[in-house]
Design a protein around this ligand. Structure first.
Ligand code: NOJ
Ligand code: CA
Length: 538
C-alpha cells in the first residue's frame, strides 16, 4: 500500500507559540521565533506543525477564548509574520496547521459585546440564549473544577447564555445559518494564506437538543461534513483533524465515510499507555485497540502521549481514573478536572528509558504520532502555576539566561522557566542533548527515522502476539514484503521473549540497554522497560 496522503504517514509537532521562542525579547514567544527555529523542528523529522491558537484573545483559556477570528494576537506578530512562517515552513518541506475554534468565542469578541446589548443586532443570534437555566440538563460540565453550570446569566441581555467551557466562552449558535457561514469564511481566510488545514477544537458540542447529552448529535456531524466539503472543493490538499474526546464508537463517526475529518486524535488509547506501564500489563492497550473500529482508507488516527491540556482521564472507568490519579498524581496540585496536569518526563520519574519505551509503543501502533514541544527533551512541569500553564512553560533551548528562550528580564517572561530541580533548564535543554548520542532527543530522532523507513508502521494492519505474557506488549506489523515484530517490556524486571524458529535481524532497541541478541537464538531476554524491534526474513 502506498501513501499518497501526506498526513497518513507523518510526524506532527505541537507548538505553543507564546512559550516556544521569543524573537524580539519582550518575554513572549512569537511567530518570528518559530520561523527562526524551523531548522530545529525539521531536524527532528517533523512533517507537520500544529500551532495552538494565535488569534487576539484576553487569554482566559490559553487563547481558546478568541476575540477576533480574523487577526493575529499582537504579542505574536502580524498577518505578514504568519504568512512568512507558512512560506518558510513549506520551504523546509513541512506542513503547518492552525487551530479552528468552532464551538465558542470569547465574551470579549465584538460579536458577543454587540449581541448582549443589542437584541436586534444580527450578532444576537450568534449565541445560545435562554430565559431559564434549566434547559439541556443532560449535558455534562467539562471544566468541573471551575464551572457549576453550562448557563451563565448575562446582565446586559437579561438572559442566560450557553457555554460548554469557561463562563467567558459563550457557545456559538449553529442553528443560525449566519454562524455556519461565518465559520466557513474564517476557514477560507486562513486557508488562503497557505496553511495546510486545521486542528478543530471541541467539535462534539456544536448543537444542543433537549433530552440528549448535547454531544455527537446528527446535526453536528452534518455541519462538520459541510466543512469537509469546503475543504474538498476549495482546498483539496488540506486536512481537518478532530479534537473529540470520546469513546472509540463515538469517535469513529467523526471520520464518517471518509467525508468528515481526515484525522482524529485517539483519546482513549493515550491514558492506557500510561496505565500499562504502571501495571506492567499491556491488556488495556490491546483491549482499546481492539475496540477501535476500522477507519476509511483516506483517514488516519493521530496518536499522542501528551499535549497542552491535562492528561485527560475522561475516557477511562472510575476505577481506572482512581488508579491513574493515585499512581501519577499523588499531590492534589497535580490534578485538574478529570485529569493530570503533568508532562511526560516527570510522569516517568525522569527515567529516559521509560520515556523512550512510551514513544516506542506509540510509534509501533497504527496512526500518525504527534509530539508536544519540549517532550522531545524530557521537559518538566510546574504544578504551582495556574490552570494548565504548568505544562506550557518556555522551551528549554540551552542553559543560558531564561533557558535561551528570551533575552528579556526574567520577570517579564510570559511564563517562568523551570529553573529548579531535576528538570531545571540547567540540566534539561536542547543544546546539552544535541551531541550526546544517548540523549532523549537523539533517541527520539532515531525512532522517527526508523518509523519512516518502515512506513507501514503507520498503516492500519497490526496484530498483538505472544498474548500469554501481558508484561511484554508484542506487536506484529507488516506489508507485502516485510514483517516487523515490536516487543516492549512494560515491567520492572527482565522478560524472556520467544521468537520461535524465525530467521530475523534486530532493527532497533533501547540504546541504553545494549541488547545482546543473537539471531540464531529462539529466545532472548529483554531488560526492564526495554524494547526491541526485529525484522523477520521471510
Ligand atoms: C480543548 C483545548 O485543547 C483546551 O485547551 C481548551 O481549553 C478547550 N478545548 C476549550 O476550547
Ligand atoms: Ca516576542
Amino acid at each position: 500500500m502506498g501513501f499518497s496522503k501526506w498526513y497518513q504517514n507523518a510526524i506532527f509537532y505541537e507548538i505553543n507559540t507564546r512559550t516556544f521562542y521569543d524573537s524580539n525579547n519582550d518575554g513572549i514567544g512569537d511567530l518570528k521565533g518559530i520561523t527562526l527555529k524551523l531548522d530545529y523542528i525539521k531536524s527532528l523529522g517533523v512533517d507537520c506543525i500544529w500551532l495552538l491558537p494565535i488569534y487576539p484573545s484576553p487569554l482566559k483559556d490559553g487563547g481558546y477564548d478568541i476575540s477576533d477570528f480574523y487577526d493575529i494576537h499582537p504579542d505574536l506578530g502580524t498577518i505578514d509574520d504568519f504568512k512568512k512562517l507558512v512560506d518558510e515552513t513549506h520551504k523546509h518541506g513541512m506542513h503547518i496547521i492552525a487551530d479552528l475554534v468552532v464551538n465558542h468565542t470569547s465574551d470579549q469578541c465584538e460579536w458577543f459585546l454587540e449581541a448582549q446589548t443589542d437584541k436586534i443586532s444580527p450578532y444576537h443570534d450568534y449565541y445560545v440564549w435562554s430565559e431559564t437555566d434549566q434547559k439541556y440538563q443532560d449535558a455534562r460540565i467539562i471544566f468541573v473544577d471551575t464551572e457549576k453550570s453550562n448557563w451563565s446569566w448575562n446582565e446586559k441581555a437579561g438572559k442566560y447564555y450557553w457555554h460548554r467551557f469557561y463562563t467567558c466562552q459563550p457557545d456559538l449558535n449553529y442553528d443560525n445559518p449566519a454562524v455556519q457561514e461565518e465559520m466557513k469564511n474564517i476557514m477560507r481566510f486562513w486557508l488562503d494564506m497557505g496553511i495546510d488545514g486545521f486542528r478543530a477544537d471541541a467539535v462534539p458540542y456544536l448543537y444542543q437538543r433537549e433530552g440528549t447529552n448535547c454531544e455527537n448529535l446528527p446535526e453536528t456531524h452534518a455541519y462538520l461534513k459541510e466543512l469537509r466539503q469546503l475543504i474538498d472543493q476549495e482546498y483539496p490538499e488540506c486536512i481537518l483533524l478532530a479534537e473529540a474526546n470520546q469513546w472509540p464508537h463515538d469517535l469513529r463517526p467523526y471520520l464518517g465515510d471518509g467525508d468528515e475529518f481526515h484525522m482524529a486524535f485517539h483519546f482513549p488509547l493515550m491514558p492506557r499507555i500510561y496505565m500499562s506501564v504502571a501495571l506492567g500489563d499491556g491488556t488495556s492497550i490491546m483491549e482499546i485497540m481492539e475496540k477501535t473500529p476500522a477507519i476509511p482508507e483516506n483517514c488516519q488516527w493521530c496518536t499522542f502521549l501528551r499535549n497542552h491540556d491535562e492528561l485527560t482521564l475522561e475516557m477511562v472507568t472510575d476505577a481506572e481514573r482512581k488508579f491513574m490519579w493515585e499512581k501519577y498524581a499523588p499531590d492534589d496540585r497535580m490534578r485538574l478536572n478529570l485529569g493530570i496536569r503533568r508532562r511526560l518526563a516527570p510522569l516517568m520519574d525522569g527515567n529516559i528509558n521509560k520515556i523512550e519505551l512510551l514513544y516506542a509503543i506509540l510509534f509501533s501502533l497504527p496512526g500518525t504520532p504527534i509530539i508536544y514541544y519540549g517532550d522531545e527533551i524530557g521537559m518538566g512541569d510546574n504544578i504551582w502555576l495556574n490552570d494548565r500553564d504548568g505544562v506550557r512553560t518556555p522551551m528549554q533551548w540551552s542553559d543560558d539566561i531564561n533557558a535561551g528562550f528570551s533575552a528579556a528580564d526574567s520577570n517579564r517572561l510570559f511564563l517562568p522557566v523551570i529553573d529548579k530541580g531535576d528538570f531545571s533548564f540547567h540540566h534539561i535543554n536542547v543544546a546539552s542533548q544535541a551531541d550526546k548520542q544517548d540523549s532523549l532527543i537523539n533517541r527520539l530522532k532515531q525512532l522517527i527515522k526508523i518509523r519512516k523507513e518502515f512506513n507501514f508502521l503507520s498503516s492500519q494492519s497490526y496484530e498483538f502476539i505472544n498474548r500469554e505474557n501481558v508484561g511484554v506488549l508484542s506487536i506484529l506489523r507488516w506489508n507485502e514484503t516485510h514483517s516487523l515484530l515490536c516487543f516492549h517490556n512494560l515491567t520492572a524486571k527482565a522478560q524472556e521473549v520467544n521468537i520461535g524458529e524465525e530467521d530475523y535481524v534486530l532493527i532497533h532497541s533501547s540504546p541504553g540497554m545494549k541488547l545482546n541478541i543473537n539471531p540464531l537464538d529462539e529466545l532472548f531476554s529483554l531488560p526492564a522497560y526495554a524494547y526491541a524491534w526485529i525484522k523477520l526474513r521471510r
